[in-house]
Design a protein around this ligand. Structure first.
Ligand SMILES: C[S@@+](CC[C@H](N)C(=O)[O-])C[C@H]1O[C@@H](n2cnc3c(N)ncnc32)[C@H](O)[C@@H]1O
Length: 353
């Protein structure tokens, strides 16, 4: 049964607010919370908070597919959800301008049970302009995403539902997407298969715009005792006096359309990443950390501590690397993907995960 017309109108209003609201984070959190509340109510899937949240996760050959419960919980990360919606919205507007009167096709890989990053936009763009393929490897999530779409009266916006591992999925030749949307990642691109999925799908749809357009990992020396006790998002208040004491070391790795294309001829389980030289720390307490920055599209970006994906991650097991030492990184693909650091002169491999 479809939701009340009033709920559907409220859903559209909240989506517009989530796309445009420019004030305090608290109010944005409230807007996203209400939006997600409508998705939750419409869904067949109800997260059981008594259960172990990892119940139902799948260890795939290219990384961990988190459980439907954990995927549902991602929706509440309001800054993440808002910035992905904004990026996808702008990518769709640009694609519609380019393709009109043809319909724009979005392939959403890893929808979770609410298809959170797509359903709100289905409510704004008519199906003549944009249609979605909704894919996940968990049957529970696909069935639930279907129930959400249906109850919100958006069936015509979905071209197909696909139950598959995105890393094995062969895109049908009559459904090559204009936009590839995927959020299957955690800090520093470790554990989850974002890199493998984007690489596999963009290889089949080389002209597609990817959302996020960039995930960039940089190294810094950090004295964590000088980081704020409370995690202060960088986007909280740009004029704030709070200045983190971090020493930039350099870019380590970036996932974007250009880097993915540059890896086309590589067939082993290593992707190239940067070499960095550790500068002398001002005090022994400074340790090397990886920072993650995500640009979903254009101006829409998630910076340090804005959400769990942009937390900081210590590069562990490299105590023997003193100042002045050079470290070579590579990205290791496979079941436990992550950036790996090696000392250039001693080859004493040291994983950052
Ligand atoms: C971090 S959750 C994101 C859920 C939702 N897209 C959102 O942003 O709120 C990642 C989702 O991707 C799915 N997933 C992970 N790896 C996958 C793979 N290889 N193929 C298909 N789905 C995958 C998981 O099942 C999970 O639903």
């Amino acid at each position: 049964m479809t939701e009340d017309a009033a709920i559907i109108e409220e859903f559209k209003r909240l989506t517009r607010e989530a796309l445009t609201y420019d004030g305090s984070r608290g109010i944005l959190a409230g807007i996203v919370d209400e939006l997600v509340g409508i998705l939750e109510n419409a869904a067949d899937f109800q997260a059981d908070r008594q259960l172990d949240v990892t119940e139902g996760e799948t260890a795939s050959s290219e990384g961990l597919a988190i459980s439907p419960t954990q995927a549902a919980m991602c929706a509440g990360e309001f800054q993440r959800t808002a910035i992905f919606l904004r990026g996808l919205h702008d990518a769709i507007v640009e694609a519609v301008e380019l393709k009109s009167p043809e319909t724009v096709h979005v392939l959403y890989a890893g929808s979770g049970p609410y298809a959170t990053l797509a359903v709100p936009l289905m409510a704004l763009f008519p199906p003549e302009k944009v249609r979605f393929t909704v894919l996940d490897m968990h049957a529970v999530s696909i069935a639930s995403a279907k129930s959400v779409v249906s109850r919100l009266g958006l069936d015509r916006s979905v071209k197909s539902y696909v139950l598959a591992d995105a890393c094995d999925y062969a895109i049908p030749t009559d459904a090559i997407p204009d936009i590839l949307l995927c959020e299957t990642m955690s800090t520093a691109l470790e554990r989850e298969p974002q890199v493998a999925i984007m690489r596999h799908l963009l290889g089949q749809a080389p002209d597609a715009v990817i959302v996020p357009e960039s995930v960039r990992v940089d190294a810094f020396l950090v004295d964590t005792s000088k980081e704020p006790d409370l995690i202060v998002p960088e986007s909280e208040d740009p004029s704030a006096k709070w200045t983190p004491d971090r020493i930039p070391v350099g870019p380590v790795f970036e996932l974007n359309a250009e880097t993915i294309r540059s890896w086309a001829s590589l067939s082993d389980d290593r992707l190239p990443a940067a070499v960095i030289r550790l500068p002398p720390p001002p005090e022994p307490s400074y340790r090397p950390f990886l920072f993650t920055a995500i640009t979903t599209h254009g101006e829409h970006a998630l910076r340090t501590h804005d959400c769990s994906l942009t937390g900081i991650r210590e590069i562990t097991d490299i105590d023997n690397l003193s100042a002045g030492r050079t470290v070579q990184f590579h990205y290791r693909l496979g079941a436990a993907p992550c950036l790996v650091a090696e000392a250039v002169d001693q080859r004493d491999a040291a994983g950052s995960c």
